[in-house]
Design a protein around this ligand. Structure first.
Ligand code: FAD
Ligand code: PYC
Length: 416
């Protein structure tokens, strides 16, 4: 793996973008692998990286139907936090935050982690009470959380309308100071480069169209570039999870809906952090390029249309302008959507499946970017040992039979 010094970066930058070393090799698929991972988003790539790095399993292919990170990983708003509610989730997401804190060094790739904090707003005394209980509860679980009154919220994010005459007056909120954002492409590319350097085959433009079975055991996949045999197969295909699972005879409790986001024209720095309003249904931050980054509720009905609908977009914008009236003067530059995979309790479904040697990573919904490092680490362990990693035991598919849900709808940030 090439290590970039200042001089090598400067040399490449001045070369007219010629002679840059390839970050990963472009591979032709072999006819068999120990492990085939379907889906070249962050979850699939991180799983490949940790399989090779932590378990020495390098005869691995990542099959991506489009380009790496072209799914939700490259479309998300990159909120990273661990302030969920139940212990199962806080343990899991806090491990991810720990891994994010060391990720640039681990991958020797700058993922541009910026821990500027995330505030969740309360718009009534009752909501303040709810946030206080939430914040106390997670502090007892070792998660950093702090209540803020309305003046402290204003200090954190001055363009917010904190007047009492606002349509949704702000009473205060709670902050996780360790929360932040990272550069989404860099996370995908860093894991891809790391996995490639350890011997993993990264194969783009390779769509899986069928699953090869022998009885109840998976034997490989059919693709637009031929059949590939595998001892073990992983599905990490987000909004397309039900489609792939069906090929293996599994019905998943997943709903696929569009989740939109948008950015304004760039302006000078005015927001230092992320703000989320679960009541008004929007969240806002400012990118390093100066754009105001806006998201909100998911679209109202299931779809694979990767652009979203106008009512959800209007709803998100009107919510945002309620909180930030001054932003009405900004021009919106771009809008996009990703197809998110929502489970009934809004927690992930990760681990083994009813089919032998088939593993799944889904149910990430609106929140799986923050979980890329821990999702990859724990699924790699599970695939290597054919045993769920302790951190993902609560997130197995069997919970929809046993009823042991981990209902994190309230902590998901936005409504869906
Ligand atoms: P993806 O990145 O979608 O990767 C799946 C890949 O599978 C895709 O590249 C797809 O092309 C490929 N694929 C599908 N079918 C096939 C096939 N048949 N053969 C081969 N390949 C196939 N999360 C957060 O933590 N914080 C946020 O702030 C946040 N904001 C979001 C905002 C938006 C607008 C969206 C859409 C999502 C947001 N998320 C957020 C959620 C987060 O983006 C996802 O949960 C996460 O990226 C999931 O990663 P993944 O690798 O599972 O999926
Ligand atoms: O998971 O924190 C989150 C999030 C914020 C916006 C979208 N997802």
């Amino acid at each position: 793996m090439e290590h970039y010094s200042f001089w090598s970066l400067a040399k490449h930058a001045l070369s007219g973008h010629r002679n840059w070393p390839q970050a990963w090799r472009s591979r032709e698929p072999k006819s068999r692998y120990d492990v085939v991972i379907v889906g070249g988003g962050g979850q699939g790539l991180a799983t490949a990286y940790y399989l090779a790095k932590n378990h020495g399993i390098t005869d691995v292919a990542v099959l991506e139907k489009g380009w790496l990170g072209g799914g939700n990983t490259g479309r998300n708003t990159t909120a990273i936090r661990s302030n969920y509610f139940y212990r199962e989730s806080t343990d899991f997401f806090d491990r991810s935050l720990d891994l994010y804190e060391g990720l640039s060094k681990e991958l020797n790739y700058n993922v541009m982690l910026s821990q500027h904090g995330a505030v969740t707003l309360a718009h009534s005394p009752g909501q303040m009470d709810g946030l206080e209980r939430w914040s106390n509860s997670i502090q007892l679980q070792g998660i950093d959380a702090e209540m803020l009154d309305v003046h402290q919220v204003k200090e954190f994010m001055s363009p917010l309308d904190t007047s009492r005459s606002a349509r949704f007056p702000i009473y205060g909120g709670f902050i996780q100071r360790r929360a932040g954002v990272a550069r989404h492409d860099a996370v995908a590319w860093g894991y891809a480069r790391g996995a490639d350097a350890l011997g993993v085959d990264i194969i783009q433009n390779c769509e899986v169209s069928g699953v090869r079975m022998a009885g109840n055991r998976v034997r490989g996949v059919e693709t637009n570039r031929g059949s590939i045999e595998a001892d073990k197969v992983v599905f990490a295909v987000a909004g397309h999870s039900t489609v792939l699972a069906k090929m293996a005879g599994i019905t998943l409790p997943i709903t696929s809906v569009a989740l939109q986001a948008m950015v304004s024209e760039p302006i000078k720095p005015v927001l230092d952090g992320l703000v989320v309003s679960p009541l008004v249904h929007c969240y806002v931050s400012q990118s390093d390029r100066g754009e105001i980054l806006i998201g909100g509720r998911a679209d109202a009905y299931p779809s694979y249309g990767q652009r979203g609908t106008l009512p959800a977009l209007e709803d998100t914008l009107s919510s945002t302008l309620n909180l930030f009236p001054a932003f009405s003067r900004l021009k919106l530059m771009r809008q996009w959507a990703g197809i998110v995979d929502i489970s009934p309790d809004t927690s992930p479904i990760i681990g083994k499946t009813p089919v032998t040697a088939l593993y799944i990573s889904t149910g990430w919904g609106t929140g799986g970017f923050k979980a890329i490092p821990v999702g990859g680490e724990t699924l790699a362990y599970t695939v290597a040992n054919d045993q769920p990693h302790p951190l993902i035991e609560p997130f197995g598919i069997e919970r929809f039979q046993t009823g042991r849900f981990v209902n994190e709808a309230a902590a998901a940030g936005v409504d869906h």
